[in-house]
Write a protein that binds this ligand. Structure first.
Ligand SMILES: C[C@H](CCC(=O)NCC(=O)O)[C@H]1CC[C@H]2[C@@H]3[C@H](O)C[C@@H]4C[C@H](O)CC[C@]4(C)[C@H]3CC[C@]12C
Length: 325
């Protein structure tokens, strides 16, 4: 499973945890402005906004898992197996394959409002990238540097674009149900609450943190949605970029999947392979991996964004311990 968040602390930071049982060989990939982006049913884009994110590259095509563009829009695809439904090509619609959706939006939208316009006549077409890389059942979060975000879900009912008031996305069930479930946690609080349970009975506050006693901590999507929302809503605002990106990763780490806890097949466990986050205003992409706790950064503006070829950075996956003696 996966969790994605947008955290606003002066600047806005957007990214996700990628939780999976296999490493697909992803890299940090920059798509510069003049790299032609081809679409199956939509016109090719020869010039567009530059994009940075995590992707695998096949046939010179960036298959982004998540990314952000130079205008401060971010987007991530998360597993949505079950409710997800893609449709045959429809005449008169903007037919976009699911694997094209991230580059399609990030190439042309400079805000969530513009992304919504780009999706107003869209049909998520049930096309496979190739026989080997079949369409993955996904839903998406799109966010921008103002802190706004929406959730995009293509189900049998059609394409739904929901305003996302919490700036968090996990996996199933459908987004309105995830949001409604938050109501069950209205009483969860950073402070220990007054005794409304049994007034008159002595219920001592026997330790700290009692206000969060009922905060879920499971690996499942509902638990992660609740926990990430609560952690984000109460996250402090730092005074510097380093403080804020540190705060940001602490939010994502509150829903990290440690190895051994989520068995998806006999003796096979999914875990948080990487966590990433970008400063949407500055175009700096940060990431950590399960193996490497160090925060790594790639600044898109240090590359030639007018270039026409993909620029890739291998993921730094080695733990470097700062030996102090
Ligand atoms: C499976 C993960 C989502 C994480 C998650 O929720 N996994 C756990 C689970 O199964 O619940 C998704 C996120 C982005 C997806 C990839 C991207 O959409 C790019 C690409 C698109 C192709 O159609 C299929 C392969 C490929 C490479 C996708 C494979 C599945 C990925 C990696």
């Amino acid at each position: 499973m996966c969790t994605s968040i947008i955290y606003t602390a002066g600047d806005s930071y957007f990214g996700r945890n990628l939780d999976l049982e296999v490493n697909l060989g992803q890299e940090v990939v920059i798509t510069p402005r003049n790299k032609t982006l081809e679409f199956r049913e939509m016109p090719n884009l020869k010039h567009h906004y530059a994009i940075i994110g995590i992707s695998i590259v096949r046939d010179d095509y960036p298959l982004y898992f998540d990314g952000v563009n130079e205008k401060g829009v971010g987007m991530a695809g998360l597993n949505f197996d079950g409710p997800s439904h893609y449709f045959p090509i429809q005449e008169g619609k903007d037919n976009i394959a699911s694997f094209e959706l991230v580059p399609y939006i990030l190439a042309a939208a400079s805000s969530v409002v513009e992304a919504k316009k780009l999706l107003s006549n869209a049909n998520i077409a049930n096309l496979n990238f190739s026989d080997k890389l079949q369409a993955a059942p996904l839903h998406w979060i799109i966010a921008d540097k103002t802190g706004a975000s929406v959730t995009v879900e293509s189900t049998a009912k059609g394409l739904n674009i929901y305003d996302n008031p919490v700036g968090v996305l996990a996996n199933n069930p459908e987004f309105p149900r995830q949001l409604l479930n938050l109501s069950n946690y209205r009483s969860v609080s950073p402070a220990s609450s007054a005794n409304v349970f049994a007034p008159g009975v002595d219920l001592p506050i026997y330790g700290r943190g009692l206000g969060t006693h009922f905060l879920p901590g499971g690996m499942d999507s509902e638990s992660r949605f609740v926990k990430a929302t609560f952690t984000k809503m109460h996250a402090p605002i730092g005074a510097s970029e380093v403080e804020n990106i540190t705060n940001y990763f602490h939010i994502l780490q509150s829903v990290e999947q440690q190895k051994g806890l989520d068995e998806v097949a006999p003796d096979t466990f999914e875990y948080t392979i990487y966590s990433d986050g970008s400063n949407l205003k500055k175009g700096i992409f940060y990431y950590k991996t399960y193996e490497n706790s160090q925060i790594n950064a790639v600044d898109m503006h240090k590359e030639d964004l007018e270039a026409s070829k993909l620029i890739t950075y291998p993921i730094q996956n080695e733990q470097v311990i700062n030996q102090q003696n």
